[in-house]
Design a protein around this ligand. Structure first.
Ligand code: C5P
Length: 213
């Protein structure tokens, strides 16, 4: 039995497939899973629900500091618009400091954790045993998101979804605080032409090798 948690850090842009991969890996290895995107989404949604501004850093940081990671509900937080709102509060250093503190505490859970987001390998868990950077072309990612949305909303428009994703990538990759980028020691997996099963097997090979060491 390990006395230190084994960490698998997974980063990448929206709809790259990192969330599904993270869930599948956590299940396979019997590890805990934290989708850190939900933490930023929960802060944005709490502000919206109370009719408060998304642009007040002090207020957003207070909400972030009070967040209970156990109460994160994907079914309530997964809406496309909440993702866009999350990327607005995610540029704020004080919000990030509060959420990163909670995320690092989660990362101590034994025997191990799969943590996915934008800055896990670079900032939250720079010493993670395995770092994966999952990516795919904007067009492929927009198509995935569009297909998910169309199931609920027949009026969903592919071009709007593509433009939104590109805008969000731009905000996530070019912000000052913890921009989205692969850690220098991350393994890149491009899911543009690869099914989720193939991505899982590639990740599993890397993780099994790290677990043997
Ligand atoms: O991954 P998801 O689409 O749920 O993330 C929503 C937004 O939260 C991202 O676009 C990004 O701005 C922010 N985020 C972040 N750092 C993380 C996870 C998410 O900045 N570790």
């Amino acid at each position: 039995m390990r006395d230190k948690a084994f960490i698998i850090a997974i980063d990448g842009p929206a709809a790259s497939g990192k969330g599904t991969l993270a869930r599948n890996l956590a299940k396979h290895y019997g590890f805990h899973h934290l989708d850190t995107g939900l933490t930023y989404r929960a802060v944005a949604k709490a502000l919206i629900d109370q009719g408060l501004s998304l642009n007040d850093e002090e207020l957003a940081a207070q909400v972030a500091a009070a967040l209970d990671l156990k109460g994160l509900d994907r079914s309530v937080l997964s809406a496309h618009d909440i993702g866009t709102a999350a990327s607005i509060v995610a540029v704020m250093p004080k919000v990030r400091t509060a959420l990163v503190q909670a995320q690092r505490k989660f990362a101590l859970n034994l025997p191990g954790n799969v943590i996915d987001g934008r800055d896990i390998g670079t900032v939250v868990c720079p010493d993670a045993e395995v770092k994966l950077y999952i990516t795919a072309s904007p067009e492929v990612r927009a198509e995935r998101r569009f297909n998910e949305m169309r199931a609920k909303n027949p009026d969903a428009d592919y071009n709007v979804v593509l433009a939104d994703l590109k805008h969000r990538d731009e905000r996530d990759m070019n912000r000052e605080a913890s921009p989205l980028k692969p850690a220098s020691d991350a393994h890149l997996i491009d899911t543009s032409k690869m099914g989720i099963e193939a991505a899982f097997l590639e990740a599993k090979t890397l993780i099994d090798a790290a677990l043997r060491n």
